[in-house]
Design a protein around this ligand. Structure first.
Ligand SMILES: *Cc1c(COP(=O)(O)O)cnc(C)c1O
Length: 446
């Protein structure tokens, strides 16, 4: 598979950033910080844009909408907007973040399986693209659309029922998935075509059938179903009623090494093989990538507080655990993470590999980032780096044990090797934790 990213450059930037984080005191006040490589994020956004642009006739409308849930941080959305990307949002919180980042309504797409009437009304008033999830939502939209004009392009999400990947919880295209209208259920296809003919304002079709653990060919098979349905609707309508296909996101990420595989170019190639007509310029395209844009550009850096040996197993007790790597802790087989060892100064740590457990700070036995991992024996004061955590890890904080949300710093490396950090999210302080825990309502239950 082709790599369209400079992996050596990214690894070199990471090593400089860890050392600079120590030298510049980022780890003095807090034992845990999260870093984002802004050059890497820009490079991924550029790779995505280039991969599709290379295959589409010029002038084909394309919106790459970043799936906000992967990294719901306003400065990240702003950075991506500067690189030409929009936002895919799944509710009022994410919409508020996109708006705070200055992302326009015409660059925003609202998907979610449980939109309230108020959310739909707001989206249509703003002119945000909306993808309906189900028949009842379409009926709500009927009422709203007939009540007044809207600039919102509106589509329907389908479930191609093409099958699961290797992670059940992330497989959106199973026979019984909760998302979208199931295309292969009895009568569903005819119902959908009729629904479009009855609603001339339905101009889009939406699918999101990929995710971690889903092979590219299976994602492409879903997109082929989407395209075929659009052609069928347009033939029945006798006009190009469906003018835009939203093909979702779901490009898997390699958590085993620094290589960006599969690449966006690989993904586009798989799509081209399965659905050549997708690239003939007859449809505008929307994509909704999340994990593949951010994952490899995030790094958790945590101090080793103590070490011990229990039942002859060395254990490093660190400050990175379930609060920043929830999926890895609860489903370690599906979400293995690399652990990079550093000494107290932030230099890569060498030494004979010893099987160790890397534990987090939370008070339950399963709070482990790695079990029996072969690493140079860690000592108190050393650091661990946890790469590939830029999406759905520290940006999806889990508030167990009232552990604070750690600070997120973007970093950029100057040509001479100097590292400049920019705070993108401050660490949550104790007063914020108390306030979120009802601190202002102390006597409410008396
Ligand atoms: C989560 C989600 C995405 C992004 O998926 P990734 O695997 O992060 O690329 C895109 N579209 C929808 C509808 C989603 O729910």
């Amino acid at each position: 598979m082709a790599a369209d990213m400079d992996t050596e450059g990214a690894a070199a930037r990471r090593e400089l950033a860890v050392r600079a984080a120590v030298e510049q005191g980022l780890l003095d006040a807090e034992p845990l910080v999260c870093l984002l490589d802004t050059a890497g994020i820009r490079a991924s956004a550029a790779a995505l844009t280039a991969a599709f642009a290379a295959e589409l006739p010029s002038g084909t409308p394309v919106l790459h909408a970043f799936a906000v849930k992967a990294a719901p941080l306003v400065p990240v959305l702003r950075l991506l907007a500067g690189a030409g990307l929009g936002c895919e949002v799944a509710g009022p919180g994410e919409l508020a973040l996109a708006r705070a980042a200055g992302v326009g309504a015409d660059r925003t797409v609202l998907d979610s399986p449980a939109k309230t009437p108020a959310e739909l009304r707001e989206a249509l008033a703003l002119g945000i693209a909306v993808n309906a999830d189900n028949r009842q939502e379409l009926e709500r939209l009927d009422a709203l659309v007939s009540a007044g004009p809207t600039a919102s392009p509106i589509g329907v999400r389908i479930n191609p029922q093409t099958g699961a990947g290797t992670i059940d919880a992330l497989s959106t295209a199973t026979t019984t998935s909760k998302f979208g209208i199931a295309l292969r259920d009895a009568g569903a296809r005819a119902w959908l075509v009729r629904a479009y003919l009855d609603r001339p304002w339905l101009t889009r079709l939406h699918i999101h059938s990929g995710s971690q653990g889903v092979p590219l060919a299976l994602i492409a098979e879903g997109v082929r179903e989407l395209h075929a349905l659009a052609e069928e609707i347009n033939a029945a309508a006798g006009r190009r009623q469906v003018d835009t296909l939203d093909i979702g996101g779901g490009l898997p990420v390699n958590f085993a090494s620094d290589e960006h595989t599969p690449s966006y170019a690989d993904h586009v190639r798989a799509l081209r093989e399965a659905v050549p007509a997708l690239f003939d310029g007859s449809y505008g395209l929307v994509t909704e990538f999340g994990r593949s844009l951010l994952a490899k550009h995030g790094l958790v850096v945590a101090r080793v507080e103590y070490t011990k040996t229990t039942g002859s197993r060395p254990i490093a007790l660190t400050h990175a655990g379930v609060q920043v790597a929830t999926r890895t802790v609860y489903a370690p087989a599906a979400w293995p993470l690399r652990i990079l060892p550093y000494d107290a100064k932030g230099a890569p740590k060498g030494g004979e590999p010893v099987a160790q457990d890397i534990a987090g700070p939370a008070c339950f036995a399963g709070d482990l980032l790695a079990t029996a991992r072969e690493l140079p024996l860690l000592a108190p004061g050393d650091l661990i780096g946890v790469p590939d955590t830029g999406a759905y890890f520290f940006t999806a904080h889990y508030g167990y044990n009232s552990l604070p949300r750690p600070a997120v710093h973007g970093f950029a490396v100057a040509p001479g090797g100097g590292v400049r950090f920019a705070l993108a999210r401050p660490a949550q302080d104790l007063s914020a934790i108390v306030a979120e825990a009802g601190g202002g309502f102390r006597d409410a239950l008396l």
